[in-house]
Design a protein around this ligand. Structure first.
Ligand code: SF4
Length: 348
């Protein structure tokens, strides 16, 4: 053993000790850092991440409520006039194009009353754009029917597949009680007039009814058979916090709600009508992709409408993760059906 060997031994030992201590601290630091990262970015810490759907959702069928304003005052309304905002036409078209590029096949325009803004011209231009430019298989509207003029059908009827008119009763007094009317005007006269125009201008005619305390005992069979809609959507009156229930709401719909059994009795009474499509609260709540006036998806899972960011700001795939959309329920409630008038076997 020479001197250098003798000297190298303790040095090596010291070096080894230092390396071990350093690596221990390095591992400790590394672990501490990992835990910190986990705490900040891991699932469960960000409330927004918790609300997001982990699955990719295709916006096959979208309901765009481009306005909240309405000339009616239905007591159970669950999309109330909380703002008077409407997007500029070009921005609305940009959003519709983004949806089409993400897989949208059907667009439904709704409100508020969609024929109110610019006397239906804004709506007509969107309908024309969706059918002619975007070539969507299905373009539809839900309206209360009170603002529609024959000239609208002459100008835009070709581009519209389905027009749904809301009607909850064939008794004018009941419509008055519900608020489904403007002043003393007849809601039913409009309904029959529009059914005729739909025939004349080759638009599929649909009826939507909300079953509530005031119409739950009615028998509508004869009137529905006479009007012969392609589809009769029958909804159970639904409470949405902040819209028709709770402190910030513009309506108090509690007195309109009915039980599951009452809803079932209504359906049983109308079981002979083959075009009837029932929607209980359970089926309805999360099975619609709803876009509000800013093109934000509305998530109803918590019993109120929580908005996502706008698709105009973050794109469709980032926004739709916060829509709360239940695709299985959408299919279960028959959300996908023959929705293009070209494919319907209708006698015009
Ligand atoms: S017609 Fe009635 S339910 Fe529809 S938006 Fe107007 S007030 Fe609401």
């Amino acid at each position: 053993m020479n001197a250098s060997t003798f000297l190298t031994g303790p040095l090596l030992l010291l070096q080894l000790c230092v390396t071990t201590v350093l690596s221990f601290f390095a591992r400790l630091l590394d672990k501490t850092f990992s835990w910190t990262v986990g705490a900040c970015e891991g699932p469960g810490s960000d409330p927004d991440v918790n609300k997001a759907s982990p699955n990719a959702v295709t916006p096959t069928s979208v309901n765009y409520h481009f306005t909240r304003k309405c000339n009616y005052k239905c007591g159970f309304c669950f999309h109330t006039a909380k703002t008077s905002f409407v997007l500029p036409l070009d921005e609305a078209k940009r959003g519709l194009k983004l949806l089409k590029d993400s897989g949208m096949e059907k667009i439904n325009f709704s409100g508020g009353e969609p024929f109110l803004h610019e006397k239906g011209d804004f709506l007509g231009k969107l309908v024309h754009y969706c059918k002619q430019d975007l070539q969507l298989p299905s373009v539809s509207i839900v309206s209360n029917g009170s603002m529609i003029k024959e000239q609208w059908f002459q100008k835009y009827g070709d581009h519209l597949d389905i027009l749904a008119i809301s009607c909850d009763s064939f008794d004018e007094a009941t419509n008055q009680l519900i608020g489904r009317t403007q002043g003393r005007r007849s809601h039913l006269d409009n309904l029959y007039k529009i059914q005729n125009w739909c025939q004349q201008y080759k638009v599929a005619f649909k009826i939507n009814s909300v079953i509530n305390t005031f119409n739950v005992d009615e028998d509508m069979t004869d009137c529905i058979i006479q009007l012969n809609p392609v589809r009769w959507k029958v909804f159970q009156c639904l409470l949405i916090d902040g819209e028709n229930a709770g402190e910030e709401a513009l309506r108090e719909a509690e007195r309109f709600t009915i039980s599951e059994q009452q809803f079932q009795d209504f359906l049983d009474r109308h079981s002979s009508i083959s075009c009837l499509v029932p929607e209980s609260n359970e089926k309805m709540r999360n099975s619609y992709l709803i876009l509000d006036e800013y093109m934000r998806f509305l998530d109803c899972r918590g019993g109120r409408k929580e908005p996502s960011k706008s698709i105009l700001d973050v794109g469709v795939s980032a926004a739709i993760r916060f829509s709360g959309f239940d695709e299985k329920m959408f299919l279960k409630r028959g959300g996908k059906y023959v929705w293009s008038k070209a494919d319907m076997k209708l006698e015009w």
